[in-house]
Design a protein around this ligand. Structure first.
Ligand code: HPA
Length: 272
């Protein structure tokens, strides 16, 4: 079945469960899923019930849609996401973004856990992604072209909305929370980086490195959606001071940062 038909079927199926009009969507990354539990009037749909959605295979990712109300907005939250390293094709990983657009959603907040590779990006700090470098060696927009999927050659001069970034910075300042402007480097994973790879990433101008966000941003931009992306820096790797990183540690730091991160997200959702 063609991608656009999968998108239509999934969107139509979700509408049968929840006919509300959504103001925005949010993707909650590793260790950051707790925000979905604060959503009111919630309708919860496990991914494996939705036609054409892959099943989430990552520990610490709940793997469900939570539809409901938060801070006066009606939102669609993904509690857990799909990654390239799970073995799904990039087009499948990003299907939910296309489904969001088919449901009429224009604005997308992405969150993720990532490693800091600059001295100031210590575990527990928050990054605001200004731009990215796609080092995944693939792209979710590869494949047969159909105008209904968006433009063939999407513009990437402003992948992350300057307006939304300004708003996030202003709200963070009001809350006394420091957010770091970051260039995010996306790698395919699932192995964490070697010291030589960290050195390479630094030379390339990367500030934070992770295994998600970029495929979703590429698809969202192809569809003309506005994207805001916030990172929980969960570990730090610096050449000469490499420490061992684990998924457990990443999840632990993200969860610890959680209350501060959630307060920022809620204020952004209220204001957006
Ligand atoms: N590297 C890649 N992905 C990550 C990291 C990291 O250090 N931390 C969390 N996700």
């Amino acid at each position: 079945m063609e991608l656009k038909e999968q998108v239509q079927e999934a969107a139509a199926w979700i509408r049968t469960r929840d006919a509300r009009a959504f103001d925005l969507a949010i993707v909650l990354g590793t260790g950051l899923g707790a925000l979905a539990d604060e959503i009111g009037e919630a309708r919860v749909i496990p991914y494996d019930e939705i036609p054409h959605f892959p099943a989430s295979t990552v520990k610490f990712h709940a793997g469900r849609l939570v539809l409901g109300e938060l801070e006066g907005k009606t939102l669609l939250a993904m509690q857990g996401r799909f990654h390239g390293y799970e073995g799904y094709p990039m087009r499948q990983i990003t299907l939910p973004i296309r489904v969001m657009r088919a449901l009429g959603i224009q604005r997308l907040i992405l969150t993720n856990a990532a490693g800091g590779i600059r001295p100031e990006l210590t575990p527990g700090s928050i990054g605001l992604i200004r731009d990215h470098i796609n080092l995944m060696g693939t792209n979710p927009l590869i494949g047969p072209y159909d105008p209904e999927l968006g433009v063939r050659f999407p513009d990437m001069s402003e992948p992350y909305s300057a307006v939304l970034r300004g708003l996030a910075r202003r709200i963070a300042a009001e809350q006394g929370v420091t957010v770091h402007d970051t260039i995010f480097g996306a790698v395919i994973g699932p192995a964490f980086e070697t010291e030589a790879e960290i050195r390479m990433l630094q030379i390339l101008g990367v500030d934070t490195v992770g295994m998600s966000v970029v495929p979703e941003t590429l698809v969202a931009r192809q569809l003309g959606m506005e994207v805001l992306a916030l990172t929980a820096v969960t570990d730090q790797s610096l050449p000469g001071a490499m420490v061992s990183v684990s998924h457990e540690a990443v999840n632990h730091v993200a969860a610890e940062l959680g209350p501060r991160f959630r307060a920022l997200l809620r204020a952004i959702i209220r204001t957006i």
